[in-house]
Design a binder for this molecule. Structure first.
Ligand code: B12
Ligand code: SF4
Length: 522
């Protein structure tokens, strides 16, 4: 009997940018008596059906974008006589779908770190339950990933999570609803141990797979102080202090390490925090800019972001403190006009962001935008084939519309074409050459240029170049470039590297709750 963990994808490039962390975390959650799980990341290569045997256990993770392929994998695993289990954000939101379309035996909702062990044991006993509620476990219970199972030559970046949950409530984002608004922070010791494991085997680029690396802002602290809410101030300060401790420890790791994270632009007003990030070798961060106008920010419930000159200044502050920005912008908001596209790319150029992504408004399940849209659609449902558009992930990709929510003044094609032009303008050779001046050597400059083009190729998913000849050509270019780029990320292994000898840590266990006794983890 074998346990297989499959990360579904329609697109296999042979090389991938970032490790799907869940694979290595669930590997750690797999009981030792079930042996080492077989990890299949389909963004590298497709699953081989013949490798699945009757009685095997197949765990499949689905987010909305890969659900359709995930169900296909589940059906083929079921046909091979395996136990089929789903988990991940989409399965959490739509467990029934996994049974109806993916031949599931069971679905795990929420966090899998603890639930997966029980699922495997139940399958081995031939008696799995239908639903396992993994819930939201405490930060101290997050499992460290099993990096001993990572293939050494397939990924550019490994991913390590330091915190889960986000206190904000942006309308297009499901994180605060699924992962909660209470930040759940891992002990820094366990984070550092994982990173040491990765550096030992030659990974020096690490994506911190966090929802929001800056969970407590200076404004939060000021407000709590103004309200004289001592308990709140203490709680916020404890979170902030732990962040600084983590960064202090990251700073002690080998100097060639490079970290990248996701953060709100509020960190731009906190020079002390940005300096700590820089010292910790957190050299870049994805910042959700989303919109460059106050009206746009209001529609996405992101009024805490800046617009206009203040926005450019805020983003430049990151650079001044040595943190590069990957600016993330959304097109297709109801307030967008034709002029918004040029204004956005000009802002991205003016603000000096090192990379940028321009995504088209997509209503993801679990978000405020999705709920609103689903209600509107209930009045007069739109169908594609016989699938309601509010279940767009079930529409075969060849006929799936590229945008789902109608815009008040522009057609979907107009939005796509304008978005494509923005990508082209931001990533034209001359603009990239200018930005590449941030690198120290000519070699690094050339690498930067290739990476910029690769990024554009992999993520400009506007669906414009969808004729199959162009798609095939661009895919084989991306495959080749990804292979070359990966070598630039590889470092000489450091098998001699040791984790610091940590003092025993006091932690509360989640089952015991906030008021439960403390346990000593040696
Ligand atoms: C890091 C990250 C990225 C990174 C790295 C992705 C990667 N290769 O791993 C980058 C920046 C590249 C990225 C890109 C995108 N992302 Co992203 N990303 C995240 C983030 C912040 C963390 C994911 C992570 O690694 N978590 C750590 C692991 C351990 O947690 P986990 O995956 O949730 O798994 C746990 C449980 O879900 C469960 N579980 C998961 N799978 C399984 C399977 C089984 C069998 C079981 C039992 C349990 C189980 O157990 C795990 C351990 O507890 C999440 C937010 C979030 N909180 O999930 C968004 C998130 C997953 N991303 C999201 C989106 C929308 C995207 C993009 C489409 C954005 C865009 N517009 O381009 C792209 C899509 C890329 C792609 N093709 O997959 C959405 C997905 C929404 C949805 N309904 O599907 C999320 C939820 C954020 C959001 N804003 O709502 N992302
Ligand atoms: S978009 Fe970012 S800031 Fe907004 S809720 Fe999601 S994770 Fe938090």
């Amino acid at each position: 009997m074998s346990v297989h963990l499959v990360n579904p994808s329609d697109n296999s490039f042979g090389t991938a940018v970032i490790t799907p962390r869940w694979l290595f975390v669930l590997a750690a959650a797999t009981p030792r008596n079930a042996g080492n799980p077989i990890l299949v990341d389909e963004s590298l290569e497709q699953v081989v059906p013949e490798s699945i045997m009757p009685g095997d256990i197949v765990g499949i993770s689905v987010h909305t974008g890969n659900a359709l392929r995930g169900y296909e994998v589940g059906r083929l695993a079921h046909a091979r006589g395996a136990w089929v289990i789903y988990g991940g954000i989409h399965a959490t939101l739509y467990p029934d779908e996994a049974f109806e379309l993916g031949n599931a035996h069971a679905v795990v909702t929420g966090d899998g770190d603890i639930a997966w062990g029980k699922v495997v044991a139940d399958c081995l006993a031939g008696n799995p339950s239908r639903i396992y509620d993994g819930g939201r476990i405490e930060g101290g219970q997050f499992l460290a990933a099993r990096w001993d199972l990572i293939p050494p030559d397939k990924y550019m970046w490994a991913s390590v999570q330091t915190i889960r949950g986000c206190p904000k409530h942006c309308s297009f984002c499901s994180v605060w609803r699924t992962d909660g608004q209470k930040p759940r922070q891992r002990g820094y010791q366990s984070v550092i141990d994982e990173i040491v494991d990765l550096r030992r085997v030659g990974f020096r680029f690490i994506a911190l797979a966090d929802d929001n690396f800056y969970p407590v802002t200076l404004t939060d602290l000021r407000l709590a102080r103004e309200q004289n809410n001592i308990a709140k101030v203490e709680e916020l300060m404890a979170i902030r202090t732990e962040r600084f401790q983590l960064m202090e420890e990251l700073a002690k790791l080998p100097k060639d390490m490079v970290f990248f994270t996701q953060i709100t632009m509020e960190a731009g007003e906190d020079g002390e925090y940005l300096d700590a990030m820089r010292k910790a070798n957190i050299k870049g961060a994805l910042v959700g800019v989303e919109a460059v106008t106050p009206e746009g920010l209001k529609t996405v419930f992101k009024d805490f972001n800046c617009s206009g000159d203040a926005l450019a200044k805020r983003l430049q502050t990151f650079r001044q403190h040595g943190v590069h920005v990957l600016g993330s912008f959304i097109f297709g908001l109801p307030t967008d006009k034709p002029a918004t596209f040029d204004a956005t790319v000009e802002m991205a150029l003016k603000a000096g962001v090192t990379f940028a992504q321009f995504v088209m408004m997509t209503p993801f399940p679990g978000t405020v935008d999705f709920t609103r849209w689903e209600k509107e659609q209930a009045l007069s449902p739109t169908l594609v084939g016989n699938v309601p558009i509010t279940r767009y992930w079930l529409i075969p990709t060849e006929v799936r519309p590229k945008m789902f929510t109608p815009h008040p003044s522009m057609s979907s094609d107009e939005i796509r074409e304008r978005t494509q032009r923005v990508w082209d303008r931001f990533y034209n050779w001359s603009a990239i050459w200018q930005r590449s001046a941030c690198t120290p050597t000519l070699r690094a400059r050339i690498a930067f240029m290739f990476l910029s083009k690769l990024y554009r190729q992999m993520y400009a998913g506007t669906g414009i170049s969808t004729d199959s000849a162009r798609r095939k050509k661009s895919k084989s270019w991306a495959r080749w470039t990804a292979r070359q780029c990966r070598k630039l990320f590889q470092a000489k292994p450091m098998p001699e590297l040791e984790s610091p000898a940590w003092e025993p840590v006091l932690l509360r266990t989640a089952h015991q709750g906030e008021t439960g006794p403390l346990v000593v983890i040696p």
